[in-house]
Structures are given as structure tokens and as C-alpha cells.
Write a protein of this length. Structure first.
Ligand code: MG
Length: 254
């Protein structure tokens, strides 16, 4: 009996180890596509949290007077975020009636729970390289001041932004998005992993094993088709970023 119990505990431990290593689900711009709420809204973040996503991704830009707002594009409703004041941007309503969220409001909403990580994409500036770095410093300072550091992962297409985060927040995790660096190159620069388009990994499938062997994060965007999801789960990537979190959750949690 005692032996059976020990075996049972061992089996449970093994199972929990396996589930820990399972591919995790990141809702791209929140869970917006099948829920009918606007992308990158607080509502989309809440939907991702409600469905139990491991992470919810969102994008940020900085207003003319240095307030950070959550939006994918550099423009919203024809207004350029970087050259508009925070006061004018705060007056913009999304299609669900929600105000265009600031990073502060968005992080505070995300901090009301513990399960879903906040995957913060720092958008490079269209105005200047320096402005992208200034956005990065402000965003990291806000994350730290709200005590959100342990809940946030950073991603960016701009390699200098990735390196800046490592410099100013050595404990933060950073993934690079552009797909033009090998895992060895990222590793040498202290970047914690890649978050690459799935077509990059279709061309360089060996990068997944290489990154895993270096204990790097392997994240893939934006994977919406089931054959691609199945292949990446099989390859054991750490994270898949998707507009279809409902489908992916069913696959990884079965
Ligand atoms: Mg993004």
C-alpha cells in the first residue's frame, strides 16, 4: 500500500512537471477576436484573464508629452499618438466606449489578478531612435513603481530597446521580435529569448532546439492556424502568441 502511495505521488509529480513544461498561451492584443471587444482594450485583457490565458500581449506608444498609451498602431482614429497630447488622447473612445487606455490604467487592471502575465511590447518611435529609448525607460519605471515587475515580460522589434531593458532592469525578461538574430546572438547579448514569427521558425526549425538548449524563452507569433499550433506544440516551444486563444487553450489543456 505504502509503495502504491509512493508510486502515486511520483506519478503526480511527473505529471505536474510535464504540465509545467507545456506550451503556454499568450492572447495577442488581449482576447479580442472571438469576444467582440476591441484589441488592446482593458476589456480584451479581462477576457484573456477570464479564459485563463498564461499571458496577454499589448503594445505601447508615447504621447507628445510623454504619457504612455496602449494601442497597436502609431495612429488611432487618424490621430498620431506620438505628436498628440495626453489630454487629447485620453478623450478618444474605443468602439466599446472604453477610453484609450494609458499604460498605468492597463497595468493596474492586470495587477488585479495573478495568473495571466502581461506581455508588454515596446513600439519603436517613428520620430527618433532616442524617443523609443525614452519610452522604454518610462515604461520600465512605471512597471517598477506599480510593483508590476514580476508580472511583466518585455518584447520589442527594436534590438536597442531590448538591450536598454536589460541594462536598466536586469531582472526583467526580454524577448526580441524581429527574427533576424540567431539564438546564439541573442544569448551573447543577454536577451532571454526570441518571440519570432512562425515563418521564421519554419525556415530555421533548429533555432527552437538551440534556444531550448540554452534555456532561452521560445515564443512564436501570431499563430492562428491549427497545423502551425500543432507543430509548435510538438516542438515544445515555451509560448505561442495567438488571436485564437480559445482554440490553443483546448489543445494545450486537454
Ligand atoms: Mg504586439
Amino acid at each position: 500500500m505504502r509503495k502504491l502511495l509512493t508510486l502515486g505521488i511520483l506519478a503526480q509529480l511527473t505529471l505536474s512537471t510535464i504540465s509545467f513544461a507545456q506550451t503556454k498561451v499568450v492572447a495577442h492584443r488581449g482576447a479580442f477576436k472571438n469576444t467582440g471587444v476591441p484589441e488592446n482594450s482593458i476589456a480584451a485583457l479581462k477576457e484573456a484573464i477570464k479564459m485563463g490565458c498564461d499571458g496577454s500581449e499589448f503594445d505601447v506608444h508615447m504621447s507628445a508629452d510623454s504619457v504612455i498609451f496602449v494601442n497597436h498602431d502609431a495612429h488611432i482614429q487618424g490621430i498620431a499618438i506620438e505628436t498628440t497630447s495626453a489630454k487629447d488622447l485620453a478623450a478618444i473612445k474605443l468602439s466599446n466606449g472604453e477610453s484609450l487606455p494609458t499604460l498605468e490604467v492597463y497595468l493596474k487592471a492586470g495587477l488585479k489578478q495573478k495568473k495571466t502575465r502581461l506581455v508588454l511590447e515596446l513600439k519603436p518611435s517613428a520620430v527618433s531612435k532616442e524617443r523609443g529609448i525614452a519610452l522604454t525607460r518610462r515604461a520600465v519605471a512605471m512597471v517598477n513603481s506599480l510593483k508590476a515587475a514580476s508580472k511583466v515580460d518585455y518584447i520589442s522589434f527594436d534590438y536597442d530597446i531590448c538591450k536598454e531593458i536589460i541594462k536598466i532592469a536586469p531582472k526583467a525578461t526580454v524577448q526580441y521580435l524581429a527574427g533576424n538574430k540567431t539564438p546564439a546572438e541573442l544569448h551573447a547579448d543577454g536577451i532571454h529569448g526570441f518571440d519570432y514569427h512562425f515563418s521564421v521558425l519554419r525556415k530555421n526549425p533548429e533555432w527552437i532546439k538551440e534556444a531550448k538548449s540554452k534555456k532561452m524563452i521560445t515564443n512564436v507569433w501570431t499563430v492562428n492556424d491549427e497545423p502551425d499550433m500543432d507543430w509548435l506544440i510538438e516542438e515544445g516551444v515555451s509560448l505561442i502568441t495567438t488571436n485564437e486563444p480559445e482554440i490553443l487553450l483546448k489543445k494545450v489543456r486537454k
